[in-house]
Design a protein around this ligand. Structure first.
Ligand code: ATP
Length: 241
């Protein structure tokens, strides 16, 4: 559903993505992991067309994304940091976005599932961080797009909201959506991810299932498997130094 070939992106002298190749499939949850600054958000923004790659191609549903914009209607995006107009209420913002998109939306069921009813008339500027994140989720997920990109969607969520989010992700997977998620919450990945992409030094260091990761690294937790990659990379760097 998303095909990425030879993707390169630098910011000045900093090479963030170096020859990234990825195939992201529908009906699966793909977790993009990697240390802070490893390029996870840059990869997501490249798919969205918010960051322009220096080289390489990205195809969404078989169509190249360069110089295209229509494909974005097939994407839902939960940004890592959402900026909301502080003087609008939650309800007013939802209504405004629905009017702009002019597409059927299922915000009612998301508001229920994320227990946002009592906040609908509250101004966005007065909400707690976790409640703002729930609004961020409703805004992104209320349109029925086949591809869902979520950048750190658990930020600030309490355990009840986290459970609601997990169930939402499971339902979207059942519906055959292509779900790409970045997170530092390893239990979430262990519970939900069908496919893991580990970015390190601008490259895809690993892509495969959790069991493939465990058998490759001879570890049995995600934290240990990732620590193994980081130690391997440190050893390699010191040999080359
Ligand atoms: N617009 C920009 N201009 C300059 N540098 C940028 C820009 N966007 C990202 N970077 C840099 O690119 C690198 C990768 O950033 P990115 O946000 O993609 O990392 P990340 O893996 O999502 O990190 P985190 O886990 O902290 O969210 C970082 O060093 C960041 O400072």
């Amino acid at each position: 559903m998303i095909n990425i070939q030879h993707l390169h992106k630098s910011f000045g002298k900093l090479e963030v993505l170096k020859d990234v190749q990825l195939e992201i499939l529908p009906g699966k949850v793909t977790a993009v992991l990697g240390p802070n600054g490893s390029g996870k958000t840059t990869l997501m923004k490249s798919i969205l067309g918010m960051t322009l790659p220096d080289k390489g191609t990205i195809e969404v549903r078989g169509e190249p994304t360069r110089h295209a914009w229509n494909y974005r209607k097939h994407l839902s995006y939960v940004p890592q940091i959402a900026q909301f107009p502080s003087n609008l209420t939650v309800q007013e913002l939802l209504q405004m976005i629905k009017e702009v998109r002019q597409e059927p939306a299922n915000e009612g069921s998301l508001v229920d599932r994320l227990s946002l009813q009592q906040f609908l008339d509250k101004k966005l500027g007065t909400l707690s961080g976790g409640t703002r994140q729930k609004v961020n989720l409703v805004l992104a997920l209320m349109f029925d797009a086949p591809i869902v990109l979520m950048d750190e969607p658990t930020a600030g969520l309490d355990p009840v909201a986290l459970l609601a989010l997990k169930r939402l992700i499971q339902d979207m997977r059942k519906a055959g959506k292509c779900i790409l998620v970045t997170t530092h919450i390893m239990p979430l990945v262990e519970e939900l991810a069908d496919e893991i992409v580990f970015l390190l030094d601008g490259k895809v260091y690993f892509q495969g299932s959790l069991s493939e990761l465990f058998s490759l690294t001879e570890k049995n937790t995600l934290e240990e498997a990732i620590a193994h990659f980081l130690i391997q990379r440190k050893d390699r760097t010191s040999v080359n130094a």
